[in-house]
Design a protein around this ligand. Structure first.
Ligand SMILES: Cc1ncc(COP(=O)(O)O)c(C=O)c1O
Length: 416
């Protein structure tokens, strides 16, 4: 079969596809594998019960049931849902947001695909523009989303060493250049994979640098503010008409529902909506129906602050303590766990690549993600890229503890 350029780009066997296939195969061959690799959220009984109740209410009401199964949502997303969400954002944060500033997506992943390719790539005048990542490592899922090569550029962060084997990445503003070839800047906050939360100061600086360059700042809040709020450090949610805020219901516990949300100025929402209509026609109705009530009542904040964030704060702290115990004496560093559902471990001077470590760990029965793939847009060779792994702490604590023991054994063996 001869494939088009698009086909060749999107059907090829890239590093990330290989890795995801490998994870899937490994799991089907050995279902007892300890799964510390993917971004699946943990199971929180109170949250599951709340969504179950809401689903029961929908199913018990013939009109709601019909809205769930029998009606296409408007391409931009159900209007009452957007109205309730806009009111919530306005009341809670004072943002000048109306339903016209909101669009629904079938998961934020697909929203990124449309948004990135609307803004960057080949321009009408034949020039090329890129998405700039002010702080790598960044989310692996961005990596292959561009319609052309060299779609991303990135700024290597500075590294602050903190006490007790912790470190923190910071945006290197001195090195960051937003020239005419940059279409937009994008950060995840908290960052997947490192669990870094960009400080309010860093966000303000990014905001003003993007404004000065005349480009939008895309903020990926998949784990962040205002929901699911998996943030353990003081941080203020930020939005204005130059910011595109991408949100998701996935990490609240609904990854199967595939609901993403964009909050942006009207011009961007309209362009996104048209493109998304061509690609998807309309988005799924389940997410908006399940969540609407939570926005109307403001209950989403209670859920995030009192259930979701504490679960992951606890699991992160436990995992850090366990790693410190198990890795004692080795040259390891853990990124300060400031949010999200992962720990990011850096084994300085590791004699094998993180990819080799990943292979060895898979043989031992624990799945992690090797760090190499997260350094998107970094052109220079930087050994740090091959010395890190991402480890999820979202699974039950017994499994996490066992996984950590296996990781520590293999790392110790690698240094020996
Ligand atoms: C940082 C980040 N952004 C976006 C996504 C996409 O999430 P979804 O498509 O489930 O909304 C993920 C998923 O893991 C993520 O980690």
């Amino acid at each position: 079969m001869e494939l088009s350029r698009f086909g060749q780009r999107f059907a090829r066997y890239s590093g990330i596809i290989e890795l995801m296939d490998d994870l899937g195969d490994a799991l089907s061959e050995n279902p007892d594998l300890i799964f510390m690799g993917g971004g699946n959220p943990g199971r929180l009984p109170e949250v599951e019960a709340l969504f179950q109740q809401r689903l029961d209410d929908i199913m018990a009401d013939p009109n709601e049931r019909h809205r769930l199964f029998g009606i296409y949502q408007s391409p931009q997303g159900d209007l009452p849902f957007r109205q309730d969400l806009a009111r919530f954002l306005h009341q809670q944060f004072g943002w000048p947001v109306g339903p016209e500033h909101i669009a629904v997506a079938n998961g934020s992943q697909s929203a990124f695909f449309v948004l990135y390719n609307l803004l960057a790539g080949e321009m009408a005048d034949g020039s090329r523009r890129r998405i700039h990542l002010p702080l790598t490592p960044e989310y692996i899922g961005y990596r292959d989303q561009g319609m052309c090569d060299d779609f991303f550029s990135a700024t290597r962060p500075t590294i602050d060493h903190l006490d007790d084997n912790l470190f923190k990445y910071r945006v290197n503003f001195d090195a960051m250049e937003l020239g005419p070839e940059v279409a937009a800047a994008c950060v995840s906050r908290p960052t997947n994979p490192s669990g870094n939360v960009l400080t309010d100061g860093e966000m303000e600086e990014l905001d003003s640098r993007c404004r000065a360059a005349g480009i939008p700042l895309i903020v990926d809040g998949a784990y962040g503010l205002p929901f699911p709020g998996i943030v353990f450090e003081p941080a203020t949610p930020l939005w204005n008409d130059n910011i595109v805020l991408a949100l998701s219901l996935s990490k609240l516990g609904l990854p199967g529902v595939r609901t993403g949300i964009l909050v942006a100025r009207e011009e961007i929402i309209q362009a996104y909506t048209r493109a998304n209509t061509i690609v998807s026609l309309a988005c799924g109705t389940l997410g908006p129906l399940l969540a609407r009530e939570l926005f109307r009542t403001g209950e989403i904040l209670d859920l995030s602050r009192n259930h979701v964030a504490p679960y992951y704060r606890h699991s992160a702290n436990e995992a850090v303590e366990e790693f410190r115990r198990q890795l004692a004496g080795l040259p390891f560093h853990i990124h300060n766990p400031e949010g999200a559902i992962f720990l990011w471990l850096w084994f300085e001077g590791l004699p094998i690549t993180s990819r080799e470590l990943y292979q060895r760990l898979k043989q031992r029965g624990v799945l992690v993600v090797p760090g190499e793939h997260f350094f998107i847009g970094v052109e220079e060779d930087w050994p740090h890229q091959r010395e890190c792994i991402r480890v999820s702490h979202a699974q039950p604590s017994d499994a996490v503890r066992k996984g950590i023991a296996l990781i520590a054994e293999e790392v110790r063996a690698a240094y020996a």
